[in-house]
Design a protein around this ligand. Structure first.
Ligand code: ADP
Ligand code: MG
Length: 396
């Protein structure tokens, strides 16, 4: 949906019979580099994008939480104090598990759900669902920030990211890491979020795309990664086996200089899985350094190497992603790589502003010639993280 902020306030009033306290918004994200490193306690470098979820939230005079989405205009409501029991009984289902899960998770982190004021929440989003842009984290982060403000919880953004992750893990039931919520809550204009998945320390890293006149083109292959479950589990297991054989608690503790020893100790497949994670961690560190020392125009090789590593060593690419990356490079992209968990989903290409439509057209043509389904292409701009919308924005 593309409801304006003022239309959202009107819809909130129609749905709930009163005006909201405010509107909070949070972005989806794209991972610039650092794939399958999160569960190996490594590094990732995502950025918040200019597609956002907005949550209009009003205070009730009871202890009920009610959530509605413009997505399908359905609602769900529970007593806040009964959320934990509802979760245990498996009564929190469908999309409402994201916002209700956040309220529950705030309770797990210390909010007293028996004494806070009830809330009505209306959600509207421009983050495409299931395109690998984390529409889920956008909902979680907008609701977490809103409730943190309205309930005067004083939780840090890092803590709110953990709240979102807990909601997704324990209420939605998706075993995801903390990358998406961190990007959504900590992102900044023209910047990425460098996240250490072991310490959970996060630092904003300026990208400088605007000054270099670079765009990030997303090429969504529309190939669903729903069949990836087995492949994902196999990759995780291989990483654990590899780390254990190397005497490390996780692959975070294995470095590029250990790879010769890994080659001697491990079977070929496990070795290549390990090599991907170890070199990918190094590429994230190198990306942060290159951005600081040389700027984004120098990132091409790192992005390309990341893709080759996922294609050949981790073996999570598919022909559509490989074609997207090769074609984008051939048509003038500085660098390109598949992004996300693999087996489908999207690729990103770093492209000079002037070549964006040329690259997109080249990819579309190449897909048609290969007999692949039509991809969806669009640019994303690294943008600010979750925030409360100002009165001026709401009036505008
Ligand atoms: P992704 O995060 O990659 O977009 P997920 O499967 O993690 O994909 O999350 C998508 C789910 O999030 C949807 O199936 C739906 O349950 C929920 N969702 C996304 N956007 C909205 C929305 N605007 N309103 C309600 N639920 C939404
Ligand atoms: Mg998600």
């Amino acid at each position: 949906m593309n409801t304006s902020a003022s239309a959202m306030i009107t819809q909130f009033a129609e749905t709930n019979g009163y005006s909201p306290e405010g509107v909070w918004s949070a972005p989806g994200r794209v991972n610039l580099i650092g794939e399958h490193t999160d569960y190996n306690e490594g590094f990732v470098l995502p950025f918040a994008i200019d597609r956002r979820t907005r949550a209009a939230v009003g205070l009730r005079n009871d202890g009920v939480i009610r959530v509605t989405s413009t997505f399908d205009n359905t609602s769900a409501e529970f007593e806040l104090a009964a959320l934990d029991a509802a979760r245990t009984a498996g009564e929190i289902v469908g999309w409402s598990a994201y916002p209700l899960g956040v309220a529950w998770a705030l309770g797990e982190h210390g909010a007293d759900l028996a004494s806070v004021t009830g809330v009505d929440i209306l959600i509207d989003s421009t983050v495409p669902v299931g395109a690998g842009l984390s529409s889920s984290a956008a909902i979680e982060s907008s609701v977490a920030l809103a409730l943190n403000d309205l309930w005067n919880l004083g939780f840090s953004r890092e803590k709110l990211a953990q709240v979102g992750q807990l909601a997704e893990n324990d209420v939605v039931g998706a075993p995801t890491g903390i990358m998406d919520q961190s990007a959504s809550l900590l992102g900044a204009t023209d910047s990425a979020v460098f996240l250490d998945c072991r310490s959970l320390e996060a630092n904003v890293v300026p990208l400088g795309l605007a000054a270099a006149e670079l765009s990030i083109l997303v090429i969504d292959t529309r190939v669903s990664h729903s069949h990836a479950t087995g492949g994902y589990a196999e990759r995780r297991a291989a990483c654990e086996t590899g780390a254990a054989a190397m005497g490390a608690s996780s692959l975070r503790d294995v470095s590029v200089s250990d790879l010769d020893r890994a080659h001697e100790l491990l079977d070929d497949v496990t070795y290549r899985r390990v090599r991907h994670v170890v070199t990918e961690n190094q590429r994230v560190l190198d990306t942060v350094r290159v951005l600081r020392e040389e700027g984004p125009l120098a990132l091409g090789a790192l992005l390309d190497e990341s893709h080759v590593s996922m294609r050949d060593d981790f073996e999570i690419s598919i022909p559509e992603l490989d074609l997207a990356v090769e074609t984008a490079r051939g048509a003038g992209a500085i660098g390109a790589r598949m992004t996300g968990g693999g087996f489908g989903g999207a690729a990103i290409a770093l492209v000079p502003h002037a070549l964006v439509s040329e690259v997109a057209t080249a990819v579309r043509t190449a897909f048609a010639e290969a007999g692949f389904g039509e991809p969806v292409t669009f640019t994303v701009t690294p943008s600010r993280g979750a925030e409360r919308m100002s009165t001026a924005e709401l009036d505008g």
